[in-house]
Design a protein around this ligand. Structure first.
Ligand SMILES: [Zn+2]
Ligand SMILES: [Zn+2]
Length: 456
């Protein structure tokens, strides 16, 4: 029996990431994401290529919405899928999906029938989370589908991206297939770097977020220094700093960065405001503070003094009167979110500053603000605005530097390499760099829904 792979989302974009593998009759879905911004197409992974396939398992690399936000949608269509994820991913999954459900009810996607969103109800999400078989890193388990010919040895390896994140190693007939999920090969403030295979891989599915070779990510420590300078400049001028941040991963890391800067007096001890679902997620981070994969074992996000954001009094908070730092979601300032609302008032203050620390999709208000010119009109989530405040851009990426991705690929010298989870430029730039060094490797930037035969 033969094996193949087909990609259902996240092709030449960071979208509804998902791929499907048929390994000698066992059907394995890896991730089922939701596109980071609401839109009229490709909101969820496409399902037509697998409608008539054996579908047995859904393995989850980590709980970011672009990897799991489509899970209830997929389970409505394939209810018998067995779910496997790390313990931390299982815990985070419920918080993230409940939040996704709320957002989808407020803003139903135009391309989806409401009946297909049935499983986003709170009790269904609880049931979905309860179904997850939780695993720990580096502990192989065997899986085999109803029509599968052979058992597949499956291991989840620490990906260093967010809490619980994993690369997934599948071994079938002695051949290795590896999916990186989202990966970081360098320590962040809380999480330590990925521990991925160094041996030869037959097939590698690799994320390409920072794949542009000419634009490599700066060093974490260097960015901390730049952020400190920005915060000092603003607070010395009696201003406050707004940091729009993703609730999962980025918020816990940036809170820790701020805490470290304060502890070594690189910035003054300012009040830090945080809130929303990030608090629940920080609690899960703390639950696993003694597990592997930590830079500083036992460190808890709860140790960082924080003032909860008061949503009732959001627009009159004391951060408007004296210097403070506000870490608020959403990371891309989607209209109506806390960071969006605060930015409207922040922009009117000449001595205030907004520090962007993460990826901005080019159709989001965050992107428009980041690229706005001082005192020039621009559209901010449908509103005409002018910015008077300062803006800083910092790259605390939870994704691998391009040079680290290349090193990893060269070390594992895969026979087949699929580049996903990156825009067109990132994927093609990374592909060229790999082809130069590994002429034997078949490098593929996959096409959505196309089936690729695998030699395993
Ligand atoms: Zn991620
Ligand atoms: Zn992702």
């Amino acid at each position: 029996m033969s094996s193949f792979v087909t990609f259902l989302g996240g092709v030449e974009e960071i979208g509804a990431n998902s791929c499907f593998l048929n390994l000698e009759g066992t059907g394995i879905l890896i991730d089922a994401g939701l596109h980071p911004r609401l839109r009229k197409e490709r909101t969820f992974p496409i399902v037509y290529p697998i409608q008539n396939e054996e579908t047995d398992y859904a393995l989850l690399t980590h709980a970011h919405t672009d990897h799991v936000g489509g899970l209830p949608y997929i389970l409505k269509k394939f209810p018998h899928l067995k779910l496997i994820a790390t313990r931390a991913t299982r815990d985070i999954l419920e918080v993230m999906l409940q939040n996704t459900g709320k957002l989808l009810r407020l803003n139903p996607p135009e391309d989806i029938h409401s009946v297909d969103l049935d499983y986003y109800k709170p009790n269904n999400i609880q049931e979905i989370t309860a179904m997850v078989e939780a695993v720990v890193y580096n502990t192989p388990m065997e899986i085999k589908g109803r029509r599968g010919d052979v058992a597949i040895k499956t291991s989840f390896l620490n990906a260093g991206h967010i809490l619980g994140s994993a690369g997934i190693l599948l071994n079938i007939n002695g051949k290795n297939i590896f999916h990186t999920g989202d990966v970081q090969f360098r320590n962040q403030a809380i999480l330590s770097k990925a521990v991925f295979p160094k041996h030869h891989l037959d097939c590698l599915i690799c994320e390409s977020t920072n794949g542009r070779t000419e634009d490599d990510t700066p060093d974490y420590k260097q960015e901390m220094q730049r952020l400190a300078t920005f915060i000092n400049d603003i607070s010395n001028n009696n201003g406050s700093i707004l940091i729009p941040s993703f609730a999962l991963g980025k918020t816990q890391e940036i809170l820790t960065v701020l805490y470290q800067l304060m502890r070594k007096s690189a910035i003054p001890t300012l009040p830090i405001y945080s809130g929303g679902i990030s608090k629940k997620l920080s609690n899960i981070y703390d639950r696993y503070c003694y597990d592997g994969g930590r830079v500083d074992k036992g460190f808890e996000v709860a140790d960082i003094p924080q003032i909860p954001i008061d949503h009732e009094k959001l627009m009159t908070g004391s951060y408007f009167n004296s210097p403070a730092i506000v870490v608020a979601s959403s990371g891309m300032m989607n209209a109506g979110t806390t960071s969006y609302k605060l930015a409207m008032k922040w922009m009117q203050r000449t001595n205030f500053g907004i520090a962007f620390i993460g990826y901005q999709d080019d159709e989001t208000p965050g992107y428009a603000l980041l690229h706005s010119e001082l005192k020039k009109n621009f559209q901010f989530g449908g509103q005409a605005m002018q910015r008077k405040c300062h803006i800083g851009k910092f790259r605390f990426s939870a994704h691998a530097k391009c040079s680290d991705l290349i090193d990893f690929i060269l070390n594992t010298a895969p026979k087949q390499l699929y580049l996903v989870h990156g825009d067109e430029d990132a994927c093609s730039s990374l592909a060229l760099a790999v082809m130069e060094h590994l002429p034997q490797t078949k490098v593929i930037i996959p096409i959505l829904g196309k089936r690729y035969q695998m030699s395993v």
